[in-house]
Ligand binder design. Structure first.
Ligand SMILES: [Zn+2]
Length: 289
């Protein structure tokens, strides 16, 4: 068994093939969590989780959806369409009520920081950052109130990734307050350095690895995976994005999470089965499954 703790089978790109993708995953022994990127996809994640055993939901709003309307390319019956996803005005009460609506909601996210797409010709960068930070703090408050783990996304401006990870560490340290022993969440698709990974672990977070760890040029990330303890690692696909080698560039789906597990086993010099079992238990532990 494997556990893909971060997928988006709730996204429109899977609408035509949803049942098949879910079945392919479950039949190959892969449980997964669908993660919401805004209110609508959070609702969809719950809908799918309610329908299938072995599938859970995390609800939240990706920071990018707070700042801009986003154009998304999708294919409907082989035809390319451009979809506009309206930017979201965060509403604490709406998410609180949604979180209470299903037992299959196991976490809050994704939330966090994404400064990568902010461009001076298009955005008031400081204002956009402040908005992201403010909503991030609200989601941390919500997770604390509901006693649910956080699924965090972090990406800095081009060439400034580590600065964004430092800022996230600072926000978590101050907002989480006195820390109990239970796990606090996961830094999804980790992109910081080894020193930062250790700091997140000290704060009670797991480190999530996607297909990026299989990419040839991901030397630093591979070093992080090699050095940190296996009992702090989660494996993810971020489907439909970030398909691992040998499917790089294709539409990703939860069953490909095995390539992430294989790569981590190779990096750590462990058996695949050991990585599979430990990361499966880590997922169950963090999300209380
Ligand atoms: Zn994601």
């Amino acid at each position: 068994m494997l556990f893909d703790t971060h997928a988006h089978i709730n996204f429109k790109v899977f609408d035509n093939d949803l049942e098949n993708v879910v079945k392919r995953s479950l039949e190959s022994g892969i449980y997964f969590i669908n993660v919401g990127s805004n209110f609508e996809t959070s609702q969809k994640a719950i809908e799918i989780a309610e329908k299938f055993d072995g599938v859970w939901a995390v609800i939240g709003c990706h920071p990018e959806h707070l700042v801009d309307d986003i154009k998304e390319k999708i294919f409907v019956n082989g035809e390319e369409k451009l979809l506009t996803v309206k930017k979201e005005i965060f509403d604490y009460k709406k998410y609180f009520d949604l979180a209470k609506s299903s037992k299959k909601i196991v976490g809050i996210g994704e939330t966090g920081l994404d400064f990568y797409y902010l461009k001076p010709e298009k955005h008031d960068i400081e204002k956009a950052k402040q908005l992201e930070i403010e909503v991030f703090k609200q989601f941390i408050k919500l997770a604390k109130e509901l006693n649910l783990p956080l699924v965090l996304h972090c990406r800095g401006e081009e060439g400034k990734n580590y600065e964004a990870y430092d800022l996230m560490l600072e926000i978590l340290s101050s907002e989480l307050g006195a820390l109990g022993p239970e796990p606090k969440g996961v830094i999804h698709c980790f992109g910081g350095n080894l020193e930062q990974a250790k700091k997140f672990i000290d704060l009670g977070f797991y480190i999530g690895f996607t297909g990026i760890v299989t990419f040839k040029n991901a030397k630093e990330l591979q070093q992080v995976a090699k050095e940190i303890p296996l009992d702090k690692i989660l494996i993810e696909t971020d489907s439909p994005y970030l398909a691992p080698v040998p499917f790089r560039g294709k539409v990703n789906e939860p069953q490909y999470v095995r390539y992430v597990a294989e790569k981590i086993a190779e990096l750590k010099g462990l058996k695949f089965e050991e990585v599979a079992e430990q990361t499966f238990n880590n997922a169950k532990n963090l999300f209380n499954i």
